[in-house]
Ligand binder design. Structure first.
Ligand code: GAF
Length: 395
């Protein structure tokens, strides 16, 4: 069993909980919960098109050390920022502390469901790099909701937790994200990727072999502010594509129901921009299924080639990449030790994900760091990630 939690990070958060709440009258012993960040192997931007995705939860996580209170007050301590925020459960207006929007949005979802909680006090933090495309926000939302579910015995199952956390992000935070990140953080399984059908929420685990190749993330350190609004624009373009294609087949409910051939057939009617978006999505949905077959066949080379195809589509057709991401992927094209590489997540910055031969990882990182420094004058953090269990209570 791989040690899932980062013990150093965890003990720091526990220490900070003890320090911040040392004078609290709360009697209850604190409990600790963990939600990991996620990676995605293939299936980018397909979740909100009701297609397939292939994510996994990793050994970088958000932790909450939390105890219930007898009053209606919520006391939060953000360990990494050393900042506090306090509010009443009866006043969920937009917080002055911007990070508290995530916690407020979760409480709002609990209220909307007609469930009751009391106040609580919590210290939270973790080692999911922020803005790097590992979905730290989904991890934070899932962790708090899972923790409140346990502490106040709300009776939610994991599916409800995933859906409520996604709604929190959609309604309160304002990003029209799909369901992949919350699902991966909550349902992750050690050493396996999850093939998730984002329409039915049927899912299956596929063992991901890590003996000869490992997954390495290269963090551009770039987060373009365009990202959230462009994300919502891509969604609208996909919806526009569906509306146009429905004129030919009223049974089409989403791009999930459309083949790449049908998209090609109606290119003129779709218009070039929407055609490009639909082309990429319909091909990417197919790629997830074919990639799963590669895993079953033990053909990582073929799987790696699909990662490059995904990047091509995201770069040239879906238009969510950026020069820094393209540069990092291009660097790997001449490296035989890399089977596949592509940008990961929503885009416009964040990380590339690379499938690298175990014996060459040190050299790979050195080459990438060097090239990136020369091209952009930026230090390139690289993270070797392991696939771990999803959200849990740390005992
Ligand atoms: C972000 C979103 F939150 C996900 O739902 C998904 O759409 C992803 O971008 C792109 O695949 O992480």
């Amino acid at each position: 069993m791989i040690a899932e939690q980062n013990n150093e990070t965890l003990s720091h958060i526990s220490d900070q909980y003890a320090r911040v709440f040392k004078d609290s009258t709360t009697q209850a012993a604190p409990r600790t919960f963990r939600s990991p960040g996620r990676i995605n192997l293939i299936g980018e931007h397909t979740d909100y098109n009701h297609g397939f995705v292939l994510p996994a939860s990793v050994d970088k996580a958000v932790y909450f050390v939390i105890a219930p209170r007898e009053d209606d007050q919520v006391l939060l301590h953000a360990v990494d920022l050393n900042e506090d925020y306090q509010f009443s459960l009866n006043d969920l207006s937009k917080p002055s502390q911007t990070w508290a929007v995530y916690q407020l949005s979760i409480i709002e979802q609990i209220h909307k469901k007609g469930l009751k909680i009391k106040g609580f006090q919590a210290a939270f933090g973790g080692d999911v790099p922020l803005g790097a495309g590992l979905s730290s926000s989904a991890a934070l939302e899932c962790c708090l909701l899972f923790a409140l579910n346990e502490v106040f015995e709300l009776g939610l199952d994991r599916f409800e937790i995933v859906k409520m956390a996604q709604k929190a992000e959609n309604e309160y935070v304002g990003v029209q994200c799909g369901i992949m990140d919350q699902f991966a953080s909550t349902f992750g399984q050690e050493a396996s990727v999850i093939r998730l059908d984002c329409r039915s929420l049927d899912y299956a685990y596929f063992p991901f072999p890590m003996e000869e190749y490992r997954l390495v993330l290269c963090d551009t350190q770039v987060k373009h502010s365009l990202a959230d609004s462009a994300y919502n624009t891509r969604r609208q373009e996909c919806e526009q594509g569906v509306a146009t294609l429905r004129e030919f087949d009223p049974n089409i409910a989403s791009l999930r129901d459309v083949s790449p051939e049908l998209v090609a057939q109606h290119r003129d009617k779709l218009g070039e921009a929407v055609y490009m978006r639909c082309k990429y999505i319909t091909e990417e949905i197919k790629r997830v299924e074919e990639g799963c077959q590669d895993l079953v066949d033990g053909d990582l080379k073929s799987f790696g080639r699909k990662m490059y195809e995904t990047h091509q589509g995201l770069q040239h057709e879906y238009l969510v990449s950026c020069p820094e991401l393209d540069f990092l992927v291009d660097q790997t094209l001449s490296m035989p030790e890399v089977l596949g590489a592509r940008m990961m997540g929503g885009g416009f910055g964040g990380c590339t994900i690379n499938l690298v031969a175990v014996n060459h990882i040190e050299a790979f990182e050195a080459k990438m760091k060097d090239a990136y420094r020369q091209a952009f004058n930026i230090d390139l953090p690289c993270y070797k990630v392991r696939i771990t269990e999803g959200t849990n209570e740390v005992m």
